[in-house]
Design a protein around this ligand. Sequence first.
Ligand SMILES: Nc1nc2c(ncn2[C@@H]2O[C@H](COP(=O)(O)OP(=O)(O)O)[C@@H](O)[C@H]2O)c(=O)[nH]1
Ligand SMILES: [Mg+2]
Length: 381
Amino acid sequence: MTVASQETWVALLSAPGKSALASIGLSGPKGWEILKGVFLPRGGEKLPLIPTALETRLGRLGMGRGDEIVLGIQSVNPFHARLHCHGGTQVVKMALSQLEKAGARRCAWQEFTRVEIPCRIQADSRIAVAQARTRKAAAVLTNQASGLLREWFDSLVQTIRAKENTKAVETINQIQNWSHLGSHLIHSWKVLVAGASNAGKSSLVNALVGFQRCLVSEIEGTTRDVLWWETAMEGWPVNLADMAGFRDNPTELEAEGLQIGLEQSEQADLCLWLLDPTRPLVFPPKSIPTEKLQFVVNKIDLLPLHRNWPQDAWLVSALKGEGVDALVKAIAKRLVPQDPPADQPIPHEEAFVIALQIAREDLLAMRNNDAVNHLSPWIMG
Ligand SMILES: Nc1nc2c(ncn2[C@@H]2O[C@H](COP(=O)(O)OP(=O)(O)O)[C@@H](O)[C@H]2O)c(=O)[nH]1
Ligand SMILES: [Mg+2]
């Protein structure tokens, strides 16, 4: 987004809706002028002519009306301030409109983040934190937002400018190894649970999600469409899908569910294929790519009919819970073989990953200026 640098922006930074406290951000060259017009410090004195960084004041907005507000000046040049008030919706609405009337322009918190953090890659990381699906994903993104990615980027640009192309390409290759994980911090991993009817797919999803969410039944074809359940495995966000079972002569509705499931398996990161060892084994259709396939033998609490399942299959009893904890760990390990070190820069935006790929091509062709040009928007904002 391009925002006129002359503008002074105001945005609600805490979550919308009622809360104990709300935080409002005010940023821009006229910030202090605006506050001098509307902020009445407690005790009747006026705001001084010039603001001081890191000072806090208690007061109100408007002519004696409104609620108590704590004003905090974060920095003076550029001017960034926070106003903390009671989180009631009316109080927040009034505070925002007072600041707007005094000359600030209202924007969404994402735009405001971009105003306050001009480096695009850093602002994007900050915005992404709010979209993270799990605490662990949020922690990784917070590290990126607090400068990890920016420092990595600055040093890459320096390497490119110094014409050390081999080193720069290696630096890009190294970070690209983490792009797959990066893309799943906001968008959960997709794991499909498939297999023959009655193999225990719904039971397994229930066991994995931790409570009864899917309709478990002995009736074949109970699950007729693809249902996604959001969960976390070893802290990583995972969407689990329970799909219609494979059996001979499925009903029209089941066949439709199967078709949807197979289409979804193309987008899935992993497909757990459940085998029921108390019956003749049913193997997956060729359309499921083998690199995404993992066999899971269910019902190990029962006497098997035979033991001719694939050797690398994982074993569980969805009903008794046996092996389910190990299965969760194994799934997480398969999706994220290695947890990133705390200081690992991780690209989490597809467009940034593409920009790095293009810059890599430029570097291999010794077009260093082009590489810098392709990368610079990510630093400039
Ligand atoms: N003994 C035993 N029964 C199971 C196990 N998992 C599922 N079942 C039973 O198998 C039947 C079919 O389960 P369901 O989850 O609906 O299978 P789906 O058709 O693959 O979704 C139900 O009666 C479940 O209670 C297991 O690990 N052990
Ligand atoms: Mg089912």
